[in-house]
Design a binder for this molecule. Structure first.
Ligand code: 5GP
Ligand code: MN
Length: 336
């Protein structure tokens, strides 16, 4: 991947000219969106800028330790402040998402904003109309890795510190499932090595992220695997689903079912896995795949979604039962 020098210069100039800068994460935030936003925020503060990170909803508990996470304004809790931060911004960053609708309850403010808009992201098919400057690299492991490349190749390199390195490392580690996928390029590991030189402690971070489950998370995983797993061996497909009642039985906290979809994909011979969760008036769906099964296209075509080639998400406004039936019908047509 090569970053164009003139684009980097343009970015530096846009930042130099801006007075109020707002960085936005996607809804249902993960470590990549939060880590990259907090890392860039840290740089902007060191530059003496007025900068704010806004997030549509609260991050899951297992990320609550991330350096400076308390600096984030969460729309669900402080909607007025979030709207103000977006309205007064003259420069807006989209971190780890590529279209305003991915910010959910913040979308309206994003659309009304007159700020210059910069995209830093690794999802397929960005909304080119919306952005003034785009760093869109779908082959990158994560937005965090991409941000590191940007920082390392600009005058901002001197501001990279341990907090920034930790936030960037968490984003890369989680988006690659602990360096297991989306990291076939040596660059990802070269960046990781540099981050370790800035003081990242790998085991500590791994422990705090992955060995930090609530018992509710293990219990719902048990339910999912024991009772709610639908396997279509001849189609190399599985799905797991949870009703609203099942989710609330286990507290339905943000991040409760995070990662469960991967257990479906861990079954030998399975190339397609989905996780359906009944949330409010809709069914949220996560898709994961192996090999050449393009779940980004599948989510776009059938479930108003998108994402990456092997990891995507979508939604359905049918009932849970009807959504399951729709998915089963689509699975029955898989050609394997
Ligand atoms: P997850 O299953 O972890 O929620 O999402 C997997 C990937 O798909 C993430 O990179 C996420 O940003 C993307 N994604 C999830 N839901 C949607 C959606 O509704 N629309 C689009 N365009 N992308 C999504
Ligand atoms: Mn990401």
């Amino acid at each position: 991947m090569t970053l164009e020098i003139n684009k980097l210069k343009q970015l530096e100039q846009m930042i130099a000219e801006a007075d109020n800068i707002t960085l936005c994460t996607h809804q249902s935030p993960d470590a990549d969106t939060i880590g990259s936003a907090l890392a860039l925020h840290n740089i902007l503060l060191q530059l003496g800028k007025k900068a704010t990170v806004v997030c549509p909803n609260t991050a899951p508990d297992f990320l609550s330790w991330m350096p400076n996470i308390d600096n984030i304004l969460v729309n669900d809790k402080e909607g007025r402040k979030v709207n103000e931060a977006i309205a007064k911004a003259d420069l807006l960053f989209a971190m780890d998402f590529n279209a305003p609708h991915r910010t959910g309850n913040v979308e309206k403010a994003m659309l009304e904003s007159t700020a210059k808009k910069v995209l830093i992201d690794h999802h397929l098919f960005p909304d080119e109309e919306y952005f003034d400057l785009m760093f869109s690299f779908p082959t990158k492991s994560s937005t965090s890795e991409l941000l590191f490349d940007i920082l390392y190749n600009t005058s901002y390199k001197k501001f990279i510190n341990k907090e920034i390195a930790v936030n960037i490392f968490v984003g890369i580690m989680t988006d690659t499932g602990s360096f297991a996928y989306s990291c076939d390029e040596p660059e990802t590991f070269e960046v990781a090595a540099k981050l370790i030189r800035y003081g990242v402690k790998v085991k500590e971070i791994h422990d705090i992220v992955f060995n930090n489950n609530s018992k509710e998370r293990l219990h719902i995983l048990g339910l999912g695997i024991n009772d709610n797993l639908h396997v279509f061996e001849d189609k190399k497909a599985v799905y797991i689903s949870f009703s609203k009642e099942e989710l609330s039985q286990f507290g339905d906290k943000e991040g409760l079912t995070e990662g469960i979809v991967n257990y479906g994909l861990s079954i030998k011979g399975i190339d397609f896995a989905a996780l359906l969760t009944e949330k409010g008036d809709k069914i949220k769906i996560s898709f994961r795949s192996k090999k050449d099964f393009n779940v980004n296209a599948f989510a776009r075509e059938h479930f108003e979604g998108g994402g990456h080639f092997n990891a995507a998400g979508g939604k359905s406004f049918l009932s849970l039962k009807e959504t399951e039936q729709k998915l089963e019908k689509l699975i029955s047509k898989f050609e394997v």
